[in-house]
Write a protein that binds this ligand. Structure first.
Ligand code: GDP
Length: 138
């Protein structure tokens, strides 16, 4: 599974109309779309996805934000998918993200930072299974 990662285009980027430009950058960076869907998370499902952050002071804000609008979730495939995708999206805080990264280009704040990328192969598998059944992966 080390060649797959899970991304979400977050509600801020969706509302600003950046989904097309972000997907274009992802595809031009050499990632293949294995699965993709548009959906809106409930607060409960957003909390489940970010369960590791439940004790953090920003958990409530994070769950509110992630359930505030439509998102796009996708499984992406490429050699070294997890580290290469983290590089493409840039640092969590867009103010610290490198020039040309998706967060630098499209995110406005640490909380509302446009895009998610799995942080390990193990989490990529868990997160991919959170959104997609075997019938939806190609
Ligand atoms: P990531 O792996 O780069 O997404 O970063 P983390 O796993 O550390 O955090 C998960 C998500 O929580 C981030 O992408 C942000 O959307 C959000 N987040 C992280 N830190 C903060 C914070 O201090 N305040 C708020 N409101 N959200 C945060």
């Amino acid at each position: 599974m080390s060649n797959r990662t899970l991304t979400m285009i977050k509600p801020d980027a969706m509302k600003k109309g950046h989904a097309g430009a972000i997907l274009d950058k992802i595809i031009k960076a050499g990632f293949r779309i294995v699965a993709i869907k548009q959906l809106k998370l409930t607060t409960e499902k957003a909390g489940e996805f970010y369960d590791v952050h439940r004790a953090r002071p920003f958990f409530g804000e994070l769950v509110e934000f992630m359930s505030s609008g439509v998102i796009i979730a996708a499984i992406l495939e490429k050699e070294n998918a997890v580290p290469d995708f983290r590089k493409l999206i840039g640092a969590t805080d867009p103010a610290k993200a490198e020039e040309g990264t998706i967060r630098k280009l499209f995110a406005s704040s640490l909380g509302e930072n446009a895009i998610h990328g799995s942080d390990s192969d193990e989490n990529a598998k868990i997160e991919g299974d959170f959104f997609f059944s075997a019938l939806e992966k190609f």
